[in-house]
Ligand binder design. Structure first.
Ligand SMILES: Nc1nc2c(ncn2[C@@H]2O[C@H](COP(=O)(O)OP(=O)(O)OP(=O)(O)O)[C@@H](O)[C@H]2O)c(=O)[nH]1
Ligand SMILES: [Mg+2]
Length: 265
C-alpha cells in the first residue's frame, strides 16, 4: 500500500503531535505559501504533501522552503487518487494525530490549532464543520447540500454513525484509532474519490468520540480547481446500492462513461 519513493524530508526528526496531510496536484502557486502559513502559526506541526506526480514546479517550491518538518511525498502514478493520497498520508503519519486539509487556502490555517485542541482534549475525530458552503457559489453549494442529505439518509439506513459535515475536507483523526480501519479496509475505499471522511465513517465505531470545530470555508487562493463531474459520481458511488444507482444516473446526465470508471460493475 505504501509508495516506495523515499521521503525527501523529515526523517527521524522530533516533532509535535500532529501531521498535516495535504493532497496536491499541480499546486505550485499555493504549495510553498500554505507551508509557510502553517509554519508561521504552528512551529512544531509536521506537514506531509501527498503529491500525485505534479507536472509543475511543486517539488522545487517545497525544496526551496528548506523546512525539516515538511515532506514532499511523490505517490506511485498508477495509484493516483485524492482519497488514496489522504488515506496513505494518514497511514504514514508518525504523530499522535493526523489532519487533512486542501492546499488552496479554502481551509483556514487559523482553524488547525482549534482542531488540535479538541484532539488534545480526547477526541478520536475532530471534524471541521463549515458555517456555510456559499463560497462555492450558489449552484455548487446547493448540490453539495443535496448530496450531504443523501449521504446522511443512506448512512442512517445502514445503521452507521454520521457527522455534521460528512463531506468536509478538513478533519483530524487519532492515528492509533484509525490506522487499523485504514489498513483493514483499503480495498473497500473509493480511492480515486474525494470524500475520505464519508468512507472512514462507514467503518467507525459508534462509540467513537467525535467533536467539531466550526470554520468559514473560503475561496481558492491561486491555481486551478480539479473538481469535475466524476467527483460527484464517485461520491454517490460510496453510498452502497442506491448510491451506485444514483451514480449511474449522474453519469448519464453528465455524459460520463460509467463502465469505463467502474469496469467490474
Ligand atoms: N494527491 C492528489 N491531490 C489532488 C488531486 N486532485 C485534487 N487534489 C488536491 O485536492 C485538494 C482539493 O482540490 P481542489 O481543486 O481545491 O477542489 P475543490 O476545492 O473542490 O475545488 P475549488 O473550490 O475550485 O478549489 C487540493 O489540495 C488539490 O491540489 C489528485 O488527483 N491527487
Ligand atoms: Mg479547493
Amino acid at each position: 500500500m505504501h509508495g516506495s519513493h523515499p521521503r525527501l524530508y523529515g526523517r527521524g526528526l522530533m516533532a509535535g503531535s500532529c501531521t498535516i496531510v495535504i493532497p496536491t496536484f499541480n499546486e505550485e502557486k499555493n504549495i510553498a505559501n500554505i507551508a509557510r502559513a502553517i509554519r508561521a502559526e504552528y512551529p512544531d506541526y509536521k506537514i506531509l504533501f501527498m503529491d500525485d506526480n505534479s507536472t509543475d514546479r511543486s517539488r522545487q517550491e517545497v525544496e526551496s522552503l528548506n523546512d525539516p518538518l515538511v515532506t514532499f511525498y511523490v505517490r506511485k502514478p498508477e495509484e493516483r487518487g485524492l482519497g488514496a493520497s489522504v488515506l496513505q498520508g494518514f497511514a504514514i503519519a508518525d504523530t499522535d494525530y493526523a489532519m487533512c486539509m486542501d492546499c488552496d487556502f479554502q481551509h483556514p490555517v487559523s482553524a488547525l490549532g482549534g482542531i488540535v485542541e479538541q484532539m488534545d482534549a480526547g477526541a478520536d475525530l475532530c471534524v471541521g464543520w463549515r458555517t456555510s458552503r456559499m463560497s462555492m457559489g450558489f449552484k455548487r453549494a446547493m448540490g453539495s447540500q443535496v448530496v450531504e442529505l443523501f449521504c446522511k439518509l443512506f448512512f442512517k439506513l445502514h445503521g452507521k454513525q454520521t457527522t455534521k459535515d460528512m463531506m468536509s475536507g478538513l478533519f483530524a483523526i487519532r492515528c492509533d484509532v484509525f490506522r487499523p480501519i485504514i489498513e483493514g479496509n483499503w480495498d473497500s475505499f473509493e480511492l480515486r474519490g474525494w470524500k475520505v471522511l464519508m468512507d472512514l465513517m462507514k467503518y467507525a465505531d459508534r462509540k467513537m468520540d467525535v467533536r467539531y470545530y466550526r470554520y468559514d470555508f473560503g475561496v481558492r487562493a491561486e491555481g486551478e480547481s480539479h473538481l469535475n463531474p466524476k467527483v460527484v459520481i464517485m461520491t454517490f458511488h460510496q453510498l452502497w446500492g442506491f448510491g451506485k444507482f444514483s451514480a449511474k444516473l449522474v453519469a448519464k446526465v453528465y455524459g460520463v462513461d460509467y463502465k469505463a470508471m467502474y469496469p467490474g460493475e
